[in-house]
Design a protein around this ligand. Structure first.
Ligand code: ZN
Length: 250
C-alpha cells in the first residue's frame, strides 16, 4: 500500500508555503537551512519562527541580555543568507519556565493566518534529546495538528490543518531533500551565528555536517544521491500524529 499517497504526502521541496519553527536562533539553519534556501529560491513562501531568545546559549561570562540581542542580529543575517524574508520571534526566555501550551497558543494564530502547507521543526522524539526547549517546541508544533482538527480552535470555512509535518534532527527520518545547490547558503547562514559557531571546533563540525549530508543523500535519494548533499527529515501527515503507532517506522 502506498501510505504516502493515501495520506496526501508530497515531496518536501515541492510545497508552495512552509513554516519553519525553531527553539533557538540557529536550529532551523543547522537542521534545514538548505531546504529553506531551496524553497525560497523556488518562490515558495518561507516563514521562520524562533521561539526563544537564545540568551543562555553560551558558557563563560557573557551577559544573557547582551547575548540575546547579539543572537537576534545574527538571526537576521542568517535569514538573509537563506533568502528568507519573513521572520517571527516569540521571545520566550531560553531554557525558561514557559509551557508547551504557551507555545501552542502563540503558534495557532500564526498557522491560521499563514496557512502553510508544511510545518517544519525539530524532532522532540529523537532518543537522548535532552534540551527542554527542543522537547517543548517540537511537541507544541505536533500538538497543533490535534488542536486545529478540534473544536478548541474555532475556524471559518474551509477549516485548516497543515497538510504535512516535517521534523529535522530525527532519528527516524524517512525522506531527504537534495540541497547540493544550496549547501553554500546553509553554511553561510550557520556561520552568521558567530556567537555559536565562530569557534576552533567549527571546521571539524562543518566537515561532519557535510559527511552527514552525503550519508543522507546516499540513503534517501538512491542512485541520484551519489556525490550529492541532502537534509533528512521525518515527514508525517497530521493523521500520523495521533493514535498511529506505525508513524515511527513509516
Ligand atoms: Zn536549539
Amino acid at each position: 500500500m502506498d501510505l504516502r499517497a493515501l495520506l496526501g504526502l508530497k515531496a518536501l521541496d515541492e510545497v508552495g508555503s512552509a513554516l519553519f519553527v525553531q527553539p533557538h536562533p540557529d536550529d532551523n539553519e543547522v537542521g534545514a537551512g538548505g531546504t529553506m534556501a531551496k524553497l525560497a529560491a523556488k518562490g515558495c513562501r518561507v516563514v521562520s519562527v524562533t521561539v526563544t531568545d537564545g540568551r543562555y546559549g553560551a558558557m563563560g561570562g557573557t551577559e544573557p541580555e547582551a547575548l540575546a540581542r547579539r543572537r537576534q542580529a545574527e538571526l537576521e543575517a542568517a535569514c538573509k543568507a537563506l533568502g528568507v524574508r519573513e521572520h517571527i520571534e516569540f521571545g520566550f526566555e531560553d531554557l525558561g519556565s514557559y509551557a508547551e501550551e504557551d507555545v501552542v497558543a502563540r503558534l495557532i494564530p500564526v498557522l491560521l493566518e499563514l496557512r502553510p502547507e508544511v510545518v517544519v521543526t525539530v524532532d522532540p522524539w529523537t532518543p537522548y534529546e535532552a534540551h527542554p526547549d527542543h522537547l517543548k517546541v517540537g511537541r507544541a508544533v505536533a500538538q497543533c495538528a490535534v488542536r486545529l482538527a478540534s473544536l478548541t480552535v474555532p475556524q471559518g470555512s474551509p477549516p485548516y490543518v497543515p497538510r504535512m509535518f516535517a521534523f529535522y534532527a530525527s532519528a527516524f527520518a524517512n525522506t531527504a531533500v537534495d540541497v547540493t545547490d544550496h549547501w553554500a547558503y546553509k553554511i553561510q547562514a550557520i556561520e552568521a551565528h558567530r556567537s555559536q559557531f565562530d569557534t576552533p571546533e567549527w571546521p571539524a563540525l562543518k566537515a561532519y555536517f557535510e559527511y552527514e549530508a552525503r550519508q543522507a543523500a546516499e540513503r534517501w535519494l538512491g542512485n541520484a544521491g551519489n556525490g550529492r548533499l541532502a537534509e533528512a527529515f521525518k515527514l508525517l501527515s497530521p493523521r500520523q500524529l495521533h493514535f498511529f503507532p506505525q508513524a515511527m517506522s513509516s
